[in-house]
Write a protein that binds this ligand. Sequence first.
Ligand SMILES: *[C@@H]1O[C@H](CO)[C@@H](O)[C@H](O)[C@H]1NC(C)=O
Ligand SMILES: *[C@@H]1O[C@H](CO)[C@@H](O)[C@H](O)[C@H]1NC(C)=O
Ligand SMILES: [Ca+2]
Length: 191
Amino acid sequence: MGSSELHQQHIEIDHRTALSHPLFTPIILLFMVSAVFRLSASNRDAIAYRGFLQKSYYLGTTFRLNWHKAAAFCRSQGRFLVSINSQSQLDEVIEYINKSGFFNANESNLQLWTSGNDLGEQNQFLWTSTGERIAFDRWTQGEPNHGRVNDCTVERCVVLQHYQNGPGATYSFDDRPCEKEYFFMCESLDG
Ligand SMILES: *[C@@H]1O[C@H](CO)[C@@H](O)[C@H](O)[C@H]1NC(C)=O
Ligand SMILES: *[C@@H]1O[C@H](CO)[C@@H](O)[C@H](O)[C@H]1NC(C)=O
Ligand SMILES: [Ca+2]
């Protein structure tokens, strides 16, 4: 409420300045007023975003991307690929996936890109969205296995994977080829 009064004041000030100046045409005035309105709308959105959300996630399961494109997609949404460095962070992610209904829609397996990778130095896995080392030991059994093709290690980016039926992965990490396309999860880091 305080902020909308403020914006109205701005408009009145602009209005008076514009009218007192002989070079201002009504078209320029209209442009200025609409610019002020646009500015105030985007400020309101930013305040609402900070006010109501603690940490927000985005689960991308409508299309698959390679790791680099998934990271860019999250940035384009003002977010980062998800980093999971504790049991409580994993629980938040699982709860979000549960609520998304992904596994209700006859899906039995999920692999999604996280921000984890060892692209900077072999076997030094980092969450590159936060800069932390991967300290949460949640690797799927036998992983990371540094999968190789033609003597070159290609498995350097980390998925979170869950297989609903049978043994295997239970919300655990696996290094996969960064160029492969998987679903992905983004998070906001504020809050
Ligand atoms: C997610 O759903 C599974 C299966 O319904 C349940 O066992 C588990 O407790 C849920 N986890 C969270 C963190 O909500
Ligand atoms: C899930 O699979 C069962 C058995 O194949 C089928 O009858 C049902 O319609 C499917 N449900 C959805 C939402 O696809
Ligand atoms: Ca692997």
